[in-house]
Structure formats: structure tokens, C-alpha cells
Design a protein around this ligand. Structure first.
Ligand code: ADP
Length: 270
């Protein structure tokens, strides 16, 4: 906080100054703490795959006369590199969402297109997980914001729904127009989330079941991105879940009227 700002406010506020400073300092310390934690957690998360890559590279060197072993190690390096790529991509998304004052793009966004793009981006994952994606509900809803950010948020919910669902189950992606609000719900019939975890899973790097989530290749950042992306759009995320029966995540966003044809952003983007 700029000290000049404090004194400027002080002259106006007078006796409430002490309270004001305490609150500002606490807020600043909280943000500073958040940043420090983020850097520490991120470095910790990056360390593991980086260490694996160096170990595997060393293993390749000493196994160079055994082509089969070399192939196995090389495949594992590729997998670790893929994981690093996903992790750094998500760290970037999250820090962009947290750092910026506002979204990079603000224009009318078609929810039909957001849902279609995020479903399409996960068809291969659904197929290999033996899960069916089913889209239903209202059409024609629009919001104001950044389509790419919303596609990533809905995509993260779909990706989780697939990961935490049994083979043969289905994931529903439903849209509901509710007055001034549009809801995008992603519902699965998977493992569900215990009440004690429900609040915490939106925190960065929090995983309900560390061992299982690590096996499934999670980063622990997906839901944090969903939360920040939604809040940046003036919306909120809701979660309903029952362990063993499934989970439904709902993104609720302020709705706008459909833009008239020809207006900026109303057309489908390439
Ligand atoms: P991850 O990359 O580990 O999935 P997320 O931030 O997306 O990280 O999710 C945090 C945790 O919330 C997950 O590790 C998992 O324990 C839990 N979770 C998220 N989505 C679901 C879901 N659809 N069903 C059950 N558990 C879920």
C-alpha cells in the first residue's frame, strides 16, 4: 500500500485510520504469503518430474547397449515431459488469472460454443477412459467474458469427471438458463468427494486422495483454475457430491442477451 494513499485516506477518515492500516497490512501480508506459498508449492511440484527426467537420462546412458531398456526409459522421459508441460501450462493459466486486473478478452461469448469446444477437446480422453459424454439442456445462452478461459474451466471439470469415473459410466454436461444466470453443470457417476474435502479441493495443489490423484496424473490445479476463471466472470462454482455416487460441479455465470448478428464477437471464432 502506498503510504501517500494512507495519509490521503487518513485525512478523510480520521479516527478510523488505525483500523484501516491494520486491515491493509493484513491484506498485504495475506497476499504476500499466498505468493510465497505459490512459489514454494510450485517449485516443489516441478522438482519431482525434473528429478525423474535426469535420473532416466542417466539410466539411458548406462543402458545404451540394451535397445529395449533404452526404449522403456525414453518412453518414461516422454511421459514425465508431458506431465511437466501440463503442469507449467496450468501454472501459467492460474498465475494469469490471479495476476491480471481483468480478463485478456472481454466480448460476448456463446455458451453453446464453450460447451461444444470443451466437450470436443475431451472426446479422446473420454474414449480411452470408457466414459460417454452427453450434452443436454438449454441452448442459446451468452455471457460476457473470455471464451478461451471458459473453455479451459469447463474442460477441467470434464477432464476430472472422466478421470474420477468408472468405465462404462457417463458424464453429463448440461446447460440451464435461470433468469439472469446461466448454469453449466458437469455431472459424473464417479467416486464422489467427501464433505471434509469439498471446500479444500478448490485450493491450489490440494488433492482429496494424494496417492490416487498422483497415479491419475493430476496437478491439483484444475479446480483452482475453474474457481478463479468463474470469479473473473462474476460467477460462482457450486459442488454437489455424495461419496460413491458421483459429483456435480456447476459454474453459474451472469447471462447477457444474445448479441445481434454482425456485432463484434457474435460470430463464431476460427
Ligand atoms: P487434479 O489435477 O488432482 O484432478 P483438481 O484441482 O482438478 O486437481 O482437483 C482436486 C482434487 O479434487 C482431485 O485431486 C480429486 O481428489 C478431487 N476431484 C476433482 N474432481 C473430482 C470429481 N469429478 N470426482 C471426484 N473427485 C474429484
Amino acid at each position: 500500500l502506498d503510504p501517500r494513499l494512507v495519509s490521503a485516506r487518513a485525512s478523510r477518515i480520521g479516527p478510523q485510520l488505525t483500523l484501516l492500516i491494520i486491515r491493509d497490512v493484513t491484506e498485504r501480508e495475506r497476499l504476500e504469503q499466498m505468493r510465497t506459498d505459490f512459489v514454494a508449492n510450485t517449485s516443489h511440484e516441478l522438482k519431482t518430474p525434473v528429478a525423474s527426467v535426469s535420473l532416466l537420462a542417466e539410466a539411458i546412458e548406462s543402458a545404451s547397449d540394451d535397445p529395449e531398456q533404452v526404449r522403456v526409459f525414453a518412453a518414461r522421459i516422454a511421459a514425465e515431459a508431458g506431465r511437466l508441460g501440463q503442469l507449467t501450462g496450468r501454472i501459467l493459466s492460474l498465475s494469469r488469472l490471479q495476476a491480471a486486473e481483468s480478463l485478456a478478452q472481454i466480448e460476448p461469448v456463446s455458451i453453446d460454443e464453450v460447451v461444444a469446444s470443451s466437450v470436443e477437446a475431451h472426446l479422446v480422453q473420454a474414449d480411452s477412459g470408457g466414459v460417454t459424454l452427453a450434452r443436454g439442456g438449454d441452448r442459446g445462452a451468452w455471457v460476457r467474458g473470455d471464451a478461451q478461459v471458459l473453455i479451459e474451466a469447463v474442460g477441467n471439470l470434464i477432464a476430472n469427471a472422466i478421470v474420477y469415473s468408472p468405465k462404462g459410466s457417463s458424464v453429463g454436461i448440461g446447460v440451464k438458463i435461470d433468469g439472469d444466470v446461466v448454469e453449466i453443470a458437469v455431472a459424473d457417476q464417479g467416486i464422489g468427494i467427501a464433505e471434509a474435502d469439498a471446500e479444500r479441493i478448490f485450493e491450489r495443489f490440494y488433492r482429496a486422495d494424494e496417492a490416487r490423484s498422483r497415479r491419475t496424473g493430476g496437478t491439483g490445479l484444475g479446480l483452482s483454475i475453474v474457481k478463479h476463471a468463474t470469479q473473473r466472470h462474476g460467477g460462482e462454482v457450486r459442488l454437489w457430491s455424495r461419496p460413491g455416487q458421483g459429483s456435480t460441479f456447476t459454474i453459474r455465470l451472469p447471462r447477457i442477451e444474445a448479441p445481434s448478428v454482425g456485432k463484434k464477437g457474435a460470430k463464431k471464432k476460427a
